[in-house]
Write a protein that binds this ligand. Structure first.
Ligand SMILES: NC(=O)c1ccc[n+]([C@@H]2O[C@H](COP(=O)([O-])OP(=O)(O)OC[C@H]3O[C@@H](n4cnc5c(N)ncnc54)[C@H](O)[C@@H]3O)[C@@H](O)[C@H]2O)c1
Ligand SMILES: O=C(O)C(=O)C[C@@H](O)[C@H](O)[C@H](O)COP(=O)(O)O
Ligand SMILES: [Zn+2]
Length: 373
């Protein structure tokens, strides 16, 4: 671990959504800095939503900083884990909002990874039909992806993120220092979503990730800051062009059609989201190759990078008797499905993604070639 994190805040990344526009602030030491939280219109009280792992690390620092801005700063500490991204946990947030007398002038602060961020955003979208919220992401995955773009929600046993709302935060505050305490496995999970942006949107960034992966895994602060900023720029551009996924935004789902099937099929939390997406990108690349969009060398290149990031590249068997059938059934619950037809995010090797269906027979071949049997 390097000692120094860039202390100067980088210039914010702006996400342009008309009256819902906001900034993504990236830098070291932001959690305790009053400047990060200033200027939220109409907000009078704050409620921090976090979990039992993040609370002992960062709750006090954030609460102390917010006390300089808000006369009342409440908190609610949720159980930790993807398995708790449920109605029951969401209700704990609503219980806290009501018990602590929160009203329409309350702003929620989501302090944690993507699970806390997605649930806090959904609670903010629903409480009193909508209160403001701020994302304070503390995992790499949340800083490069989940805190940006306004997809909020919870899982259903039959499908990932199946219940939710598009609801944008007022601001995103990425404190790079929080990544110092992130477990290795979680850092790798975050790298999956960083890698994702290369094949779908920026071939030069993919080259850069390949050259700098060792630095990223060693948590070199300059490399991490660049990767987070570039990832946020790409996501901000895509979301700015297609906020509610009418078309372009689906490219951010590269690796997720297979990945979400792995998460739901294994049971949430067995594989981390980033792990499932990493392996799902290998499967989507193989499908792209079988459909003639890329060559074997590109599949090998991406597979090698994902493996180097510490992510699984061999898919799990979800059903000993009918594995491909189980994958297909799970993928039919995907939000991109239209009239029963699964849409896959495929790549053409030039830093561009294509969203289209594929014959079940070809998808079955890919699943069989990807799973350890
Ligand atoms: N809304 C979106 O656009 C979007 C995008 C990508 C992923 N997601 C969702 O995000 C979730 C995955 O997010 P995640 O990878 O952040 O997982 P997570 O929220 O479960 O966090 C990972 C683990 O790290 C711990 N943690 C968080 N910050 C820490 C820190 N600084 N130091 C030590 N431990 C820390 C957490 O308590 C947890 O145990 C999934 O539910 C996924 O569906 C949403
Ligand atoms: O922001 C998006 O759009 C994404 O697809 C980002 C994904 O990394 C993220 O996992 C998202 O939650 C998946 O979206 P979903 O609509 O398939 O649940
Ligand atoms: Zn994702």
């Amino acid at each position: 671990m390097h000692e120094t994190t860039p202390s100067a805040t980088l210039s914010p990344v702006e996400i342009h959504l008309g009256e819902r526009s906001y900034n993504i602030v990236i830098g070291g030491g932001l959690l305790g800095s009053l400047d990060s939280y200033a200027g939220l219109p109409h907000a009078k009280t704050a409620l921090i939503v976090t979990n039992e792992t993040v609370a002992p690390l960062y709750l006090q620092t954030l609460a102390d900083a917010l006390k300089g801005q808000y006369p009342v700063v409440g908190q609610v500490v949720l159980p930790d884990g993807e398995v708790y991204k449920t109605w029951a946990t969401l209700n704990l947030i609503f219980d806290a909002l009501l018990e602590q007398g929160c009203d329409r002038r309350t702003v929620l602060f989501a302090l944690g990874g993507g699970v806390v961020g997605d649930m806090t955003g959904f609670a903010a979208a629903s409480y009193m039909r909508g209160v403001p919220f701020v994302q304070v992401p503390t995992t790499l995955l949340a800083q490069v992806d989940s805190s940006v773009g306004g997809k909020t929600g919870i899982n259903h046993p039959l499908g990932k993120n199946m219940i939710g709302a598009f609801y944008q935060p007022q601001r995103v505050i990425c404190d790079l220092d929080t990544l110092k305490t992130l477990p290795e496995r979680e850092l790798s999970a975050g790298l999956a979503e960083v890698i994702k942006y290369g094949p779908i949107a920026d071939a030069v960034f993919l080259d850069w990730i390949e050259s700098n992966l060792d630095k990223l895994r060693a948590r070199d602060p300059v490399a991490l800051a660049f990767a987070i900023r570039r990832s946020c720029e790409i996501k901000a551009h895509v979301v700015g062009a297609d906020e509610r996924e009418a078309g372009l935004r689906a490219i951010l789902n590269f690796g997720h059609t297979f990945g979400h099937a792995i998460e739901a099929g294994m049971g949430y939390g067995q594989w981390l989201h980033g792990e499932a997406v990493g392996c799902g990108m290998v499967m989507a690349a193989r499908l792209s190759q079988r459909l003639g969009l890329i060559d074997a060398a590109y599949v090998d290149r991406l597979t090698r990078l994902i493996e180097r990031a510490g992510l699984p590249v061999v898919a799990p068997v979800l059903d000993a008797l009918d594995n491909a059938g189980r994958y297909l059934a799970l993928m039919r619950v995907d939000k991109k499905v239209e009239a029963g037809e699964i849409k896959f995010v495929l790549i053409d090797g030039s830093g561009r993604a294509i969203v289209r269906s594929a014959p079940d027979s070809v998808v079955t071949e890919v699943i069989q070639a990807s799973c350890r049997q």
